[in-house]
Design a protein. Sequence first.
Length: 180
Amino acid sequence: MSRAASRATGPGRAGLVTVVALLALGGTVLGGCAEGGTTAQQVTSWVDDQGGGSSIGNVEVDSRNVDLAFQKHNSPSAIREVCDLLSNDAQAGVGNLPSPDQELTDDLDNAFIDATAAGDDCYKGAGGNAVLLARSTSERARLATLFGLADQRIEAITGRTPTTETTTPPDDGDPFAGGT
């Protein structure tokens, strides 16, 4: 049998690639079914057990801590520390996406992107750049609205207010007083 005839009668490389792709897709679909449950159950699990809620809470606490560091007139190094934490926790929040619901994912992605920008602008402006600090303040002010949208979406899906608890700040209320 000639090489051309062999290609015409066998599955060929394209056929094999198609079969492998279909098997992989089938595994993905079945894997998604294994997670199971309703969207409400999946979102509840994502918020409570898979870090979605704590990611939101961490960024909210970090944003308040940035404000607190400025109110307490902390040193630029201490302010940079808390601003860096805000950016890092926001990026960790992005790492918890996607959520089981696309609209919730979009809302949280917007909030985490804004929080990252706020932390970055704060960090760069901590030495006294008023323009960057004002922009960071504005970005942090939007976080309440952005996370509020996500909280509303979670409540609409699950029927309950999301748990976003994190650790509590020290008794003196200034977690970054020392700075580095």
